[in-house]
Design a binder for this molecule. Sequence first.
Ligand SMILES: [Zn+2]
Length: 128
Amino acid sequence: MTVACSIKLSDEEKLNVLRRVDQFWQWRSLEEKRYCLVCGEMITGREIQVIADTRGNAQLRVSCPTEHCKAIPMEWVPPTEDVLIKIAMVEAECRWLRLVTQAGRALQSYQGSASNTTGRTKSKPRLG
Ligand SMILES: [Zn+2]
């Protein structure tokens, strides 16, 4: 059991919390976007959850708004051109890997069915 609950803040308060908690990047407004490295979602300051930790010191924490994602500011990066290119490259790589895997499977099942009908023949060096 965690003693924490997400709380509602005014825009100004939320922005202040973000500025205080996020020591990695500057927040100029709640409309600013961050790319979450954990869940791969683009999030805005407005969407970010502010959580009040009610154990003792009542510290405020911020957390990724995505369900089941507990990312913290350290894991958010501004979606600069560099980052966007990187994301695109990773996605392209994933697609490419999927294609390769699919092709590999297709080839395997083809070879499998081929060896079923003809029997596995080892290539022998031809004599004469
Ligand atoms: Zn996330």
